[in-house]
Design a binder for this molecule. Structure first.
Ligand code: GLA
Length: 371
């Protein structure tokens, strides 16, 4: 890649706990992965962005003056959306060639789209000689996901992709964007990431539906009690005021309130090195995503059940937007091979799908090197 000027990457992510509460003003615990999107970039002296990929034969050219016209592209739409939001925020876009190399599996719930959006903006800013503000890049990337890709997401993925740190989970307050980095010390346990490999095409519409439900529930509750976000509601307030909500909305809010509480306890457990307690919270989180938030599905439930059936596994849950994608499991480090074998076989038997395991580490968010 010698002929390029910079190599700029941004990370995929997992989320230890705190699912579907980022857009409700809650705290979440994501971590950036060594699976990432890398952009090799050089100026080309035109007003075009030429995109190519290491893993695809496609080549796409984006006109810098017409960045709003590429929503329908199969490949290149995330880059166009990210560049457009950066441009709209007043930044200069330099004509360039970008070679994209993505190691985050698409549609896996590990945020390949955030990695693409964040790395694209970081690469454009680097080429223009701008100082980098990672949190600001995350916000513009989120805007691209919302306004260009049409997923009304929270800030967790883009923030983790930009600001993650090696060997740390982030305790991110999605309301204030204050972030505390906690060392991920798991003692005798390791995190295993498993893809259920079920295609999940409904994810976007269902995701937006959940967001609308939580917005409606917040409106109704605000007529009774002064809160700015659903995640501000305490368990006891939920017991008192939740009765005004229709049944479905009540279940959704129960997830938000209990998940926020689980994040609080998980923080204490992690700081105290109580990994068994953390595992129990992962199991409870999955049950709540399944029964109250209803974003899991047959295959993710079967994968989690296969994991949870083993004594070497102290916790397992679906991560990300839901309806497919990846689970994380806390597994005794000396039993990982047996864990994978049992999980693979039992999941295959239950669903007919082949689970896939990823070897990846907790890593940094945006990384830039001059070539
Ligand atoms: C997707 C969204 C995030 C977050 C998760 C669920 O990954 O992009 O903002 O809401 O789902 O926790």
């Amino acid at each position: 890649m010698k002929e390029y000027e910079y190599k700029v990457s941004a990370a995929g992510r997992i989320n230890l706990i705190g699912e579907h509460i980022d857009y409700c003003g809650g705290k979440v615990m994501p971590a950036a992965l060594s699976l990432k999107n890398t952009v090799y970039i050089r100026p080309n002296g035109t007003n075009k962005i030429n995109l190519s990929w290491t893993t695809l034969p496609d080549k796409v050219t984006l006109d810098i003056d017409k960045l709003d016209s590429y929503k329908g592209l199969k490949y290149g739409n995330y880059q166009a959306g990210a560049a457009l939001m950066w441009q709209r925020a007043g930044h200069k876009i330099v004509g360039c060639d970008m070679l994209q190399d993505c190691t985050v599996p698409f549609g896996s719930g590990l945020s390949s789209s955030a990695a693409i959006e964040v790395s694209t903006i970081a690469a454009l800013a680097t080429l223009a000689g701008e100082p980098l503000n990672k949190a600001d890049i995350a916000l513009k990337a989120q805007q691209a996901e919302r306004e260009y890709a049409g997923v009304n997401c929270g800030i967790m993925d883009q923030y983790a992709s930009a600001c993650g740190k090696k060997e740390s989970v982030m305790l991110l307050d999605c309301n204030t964007l204050q972030c505390e980095y906690l060392p991920l010390r798991l003692g005798d346990y390791s995190l295993v990431i498993t893809n259920c490999n079920k295609p999940h095409s409904l994810i976007e519409s269902k995701y937006n539906e959940r967001r609308e439900e939580t917005d409606r529930a917040l409106d109704m509750l605000q007529q009774r009690i002064e809160i700015n976000f659903l995640a501000d509601l305490s368990l006891s307030q939920f017991r008192t005021y939740g009765t005004v909500l229709p049944n479905v909305l009540k279940k959704r809010v129960e997830h938000i309130v209990t998940e926020s509480e689980r994040v609080r306890v998980a923080t204490l457990a992690l700081k105290a090195g109580n990994i068994e307690m953390l595992g129990g919270l992962l199991n409870k989180s999955h049950a709540s995503l399944r029964d109250n938030y209803e974003v899991t599905g047959r295959e993710p439930d079967a994968l989690v059940a296969a994991a949870q059936a083993q004594s070497c596994c102290i916790g397992s849950r679906l991560i990300g937007g839901g309806f497919g994608g990846c689970t994380i499991s806390l597994v005794k480090s000396n039993s990982i091979d047996e864990f994978k074998e049992f999980t693979y076989n039992n999941y295959l038997k239950a669903t007919g799908y082949k689970a896939e395991f990823y070897n990846t580490e907790i890593s940094d968010g945006i990384v830039i090197s001059k070539l």
